[in-house]
Design a binder for this molecule. Structure first.
Ligand code: FES
Length: 82
């Protein structure tokens, strides 16, 4: 989430600053590098995503994806605002 915001994508509101309470950091993981694994969604993340009209199978809350070099090349899309 911070990388997206730091890159200037203001469409990603991330209103709670990563406290897992707003779901305004909703993204679609479109492509994942072959060596990368995302952490499994927590129950809280899943519950927040269930409240979105735009949830897809590849939905994640970007604030819950810790970034490291294995994610270099990840392709994401920003979900529409609910
Ligand atoms: S920034 Fe609020 S849930 Fe991710």
């Amino acid at each position: 989430m911070e990388n997206i915001r730091n890159a200037g994508f203001d469409e990603l509101l991330a209103m709670c600053g990563g406290c897992l309470s707003c779901a305004t950091c909703h993204v679609y993981v479109e492509q994942l590098p072959s060596s990368a694994n995302l952490p499994v969604s927590s129950i809280d993340e899943t519950e927040l995503l269930e409240g979105s009209d735009y949830r897809r199978e590849n939905s994640r809350l970007s604030c819950q994806i810790p970034f490291d070099e294995t994610l270099s090349g990840i392709v994401i899309g920003i979900a529409p605002e609910d």
